[in-house]
Design a binder for this molecule. Structure first.
Ligand SMILES: Nc1ncnc2c1ncn2[C@@H]1O[C@H](COP(=O)(O)OP(=O)(O)OP(=O)(O)O)[C@@H](O)[C@H]1O
Length: 253
């Protein structure tokens, strides 16, 4: 019972040459897991996330949810999967329809997924859970701050109560205050619910704050994984040590 990538490989053509973005990745996200996926820019984190979300098709290998294979397909054929696996994109500004009100942005996916219940009431509850109260409901994304839009994106992802939440750099590009706000919201959500969290980040401090396990990517491979405490105190791969050196605070803690 888990979201699993097995032997996932993905190549891209660049300047007519094949470039390996993912090289035989195995990753198992158990129910309720809180896992960070870290690595420097270009290591393959987003490509793996897209593959796990059935937004991108691997060249070889499989992604399965509780043993059922998933791959890109029609919205209808993936409805069962999207009800269970949701996504917080890196840049909410490009993922939120600027014409829609906040409450509609959160209620619409519930309608499309055929979720049970009063969609607007569920949307209001999800927005309240991320600290956006009634006075925000009719605003448009352009009338919100970056951190507020990021919280709308979180509410949208959690409103259908998914079992797995995959977040791509959820706080990159936010200033310090907004970053703290969004990390608090995600941390609170993952402790209050049984939703599994996979957080993609190039930042080890974000990983340490939200997750209990970590996988480190380098050049399309997972080079190290384990509990955050073990990996951060005793990194075995040079790439992990280099990432750690970039966050001196973590070393001294
Ligand atoms: N659509 C694409 N076409 C060609 N190459 C791509 C494409 N998407 C990703 N790549 C390449 O695949 C590799 C992995 O990219 P990916 O975006 O998964 O890395 P990342 O670890 O998420 O990086 P970042 O932290 O900068 O977002 C990179 O070398 C990237 O240039």
């Amino acid at each position: 019972m888990s979201l699993v990538a097995s032997g996932v490989t993905r190549h891209y053509l660049r300047h007519r040459k094949s470039h390996t973005a993912l090289s035989g990745i195995d990753l198992d996200i158990a129910p309720g897991a809180r896992m960070a996926l870290v690595g420097e820019s270009g290591s393959g984190k987003t490509t793996l996330l897209k593959t796990l979300l059935a937004l991108d098709r691997p060249d070889s290998g499989t992604v399965t949810l509780d043993g059922t294979p998933v791959a890109p397909g029609s919205a209808r054929s993936l409805r069962w999967f999207r009800r269970r696996v949701q996504y917080i994109p890196q840049d909410p500004a490009t993922s939120l329809d600027p014409r829609k009100s906040v409450v509609d942005l959160v209620a619409t996916p519930l309608r499309l997924l055929g979720s049970e219940g009063d969609h607007r009431a569920l949307a209001r509850n999800a927005l309240a859970a991320v600290g956006l109260n009634e006075r925000f409901l009719q605003r448009r994304p352009s009338e919100l701050s970056g951190g507020q839009n990021q919280r709308v994106a979180i509410a949208r992802a959690v409103a259908c109560e998914p079992e797995y939440l995959l977040a791509d750099e959820p706080v990159s590009g936010l200033d310090l205050d907004l970053r703290e706000q969004v990390l608090d919201v995600l941390g609170e959500l993952s402790t209050r619910t049984s939703t599994a969290l996979l957080v993609v980040s190039h930042d080890l401090s974000v990983a340490a704050r939200l997750c209990s396990d970590i996988s480190v990517m380098c050049d399309g491979s997972i080079v190290e994984s384990g509990s955050i405490a073990a990996v951060l105190t005793n990194p075995s791969h040079p790439h992990t040590r280099a990432l750690l050196d970039a966050v001196p605070r973590l070393r001294s803690n």
